[in-house]
Design a protein around this ligand. Structure first.
Ligand SMILES: [Zn+2]
Ligand SMILES: [Zn+2]
Length: 346
């Protein structure tokens, strides 16, 4: 199994992709490289290839070409980092054949911007335990390329709704209620382009859905060199496994659009909905950038994520019981004061 990393031609230090300049920059001497340098790298001077990975007890193991440390990865890891020296190892076979992504959106947001977003997020959370987002946890922020399939789809939707208008009035000793019922039908066709579905079991669907949308105009031809400085996974759910999820999202959107088009009634409820989805062409396999932070707190893992292209941030955090109790105490005292005050006036 081939493991490759990228080395500076001037000083042999490691190269990492820089989201700001969209170039590869040597961390040691500052020499910059562009994609052309990697493409013309016939003698593999920048792309250093090592083939030391071997399978031990179901896990892949290799020796870091820089420091010699032993690195273990699971069967889906496509790019990883040596925990001892920080060198990126790109497992080239996991980006080949059926696993070759067609395109990639490269990281546009830097690690510093991700850390800033995590710190800003922390500010507004008054119930978050103080030690939850400490310096050690924030530094665990990692850039990950996550495998996605993008589906193009046409959905024909047919919605049957019962709507009602109500009128009330009084005449003499009688109160009248008049209810008019309507059967409303809506049919429509919606075209969807690039419905994203994350193709790795490792990442929560909810979180991946929440950091959308990505701007697909910035998709560019895949090159494994973009992975340097980041982690990456290959898919473990293929495009067939994910069809029903992608179809489900498209059908639901179609239903919601048809439903919201029905107006002018006091109430409405769905009687039935039929959505037929037709996939257009072959789903495209792409890599999308996400900054992630997993924090273990009192035996639970909390995940925070930021869209590596747009900066959209989402997270869930633990709630400190002590802080909530303090708040209630504060409220109780305030209420008591007001009650006493009011009774004194009376
Ligand atoms: Zn250098
Ligand atoms: Zn190393």
């Amino acid at each position: 199994m081939g493991v490759s990393d990228h080395k500076c031609l001037a000083c042999n230090a490691m190269l990492k992709f820089d989201p700001k300049s969209q170039k590869w920059i040597c961390e040691y001497c500052g020499t910059e490289y562009t994609l052309k340098d990697f493409e013309n790298d016939e003698g593999n001077k920048i792309n250093t290839k090592t083939s030391k990975a071997s399978k031990v007890n179901g896990y892949m193991q290799y020796h870091c070409p820089d420091c010699g440390a032993e690195i273990v990865m699971d069967e889906n890891t496509a790019a990883t980092e040596c925990v001892y020296c920080g060198n990126t190892a790109i497992i080239t076979e996991r980006f080949e054949g059926e696993f070759e992504p067609k395109r990639v959106i490269t990281f546009k947001k830097t690690k510093e911007e991700a850390i800033e977003a995590f710190c800003d997020y922390k500010k507004g959370k008054i119930f978050m335990p103080k030690d939850f987002l400490n310096k050690d946890n924030i530094e665990k922020v990692t850039g990950v390329y996550i495998p996605f399939f993008l589906y193009d789809m046409i959905v024909d939707g047919k919605l049957d709704v019962e709507a009602m208008n109500e009128k009330r009035w009084t005449q003499g000793d009688y109160r009248y209620v008049k209810k008019d019922f309507f059967k409303v039908l809506r049919e429509g066709t919606m075209t969807f382009e690039k419905i994203p579905t994350d193709a790795s079991k490792k990442f929560s669907d909810d979180i991946m859905d929440s950091i959308e949308p990505f701007n697909y105009d910035e998709l560019t031809k895949f090159n494994s060199s973009y992975m340097s400085g980041f982690l990456a996974e290959k898919y473990d759910l293929n495009s067939n496994d994910l069809i029903s999820r992608a179809e489900g999202r498209a059908k639901q959107t179609t239903r919601d659009v048809l439903y919201s088009d029905i107006g002018g009634y006091n109430s409405k409820k769905i009687v039935s909905y039929i959505g037929n989805a037709n996939i257009q062409g072959t789903p495209e396999y792409v890599m999308l950038p996400v900054w992630m932070m997993n924090v273990k707190y009192e035996d639970k893992i909390y995940t925070m994520a930021m869209n590596g292209q747009t900066g959209k941030f989402i997270g869930n955090v633990p709630v400190s019981k002590a802080k909530v109790a303090g708040m209630w105490l504060g409220l109780t005292i305030l209420l008591t004061t007001i009650i006493i005050f009011v009774s004194l006036i009376v």
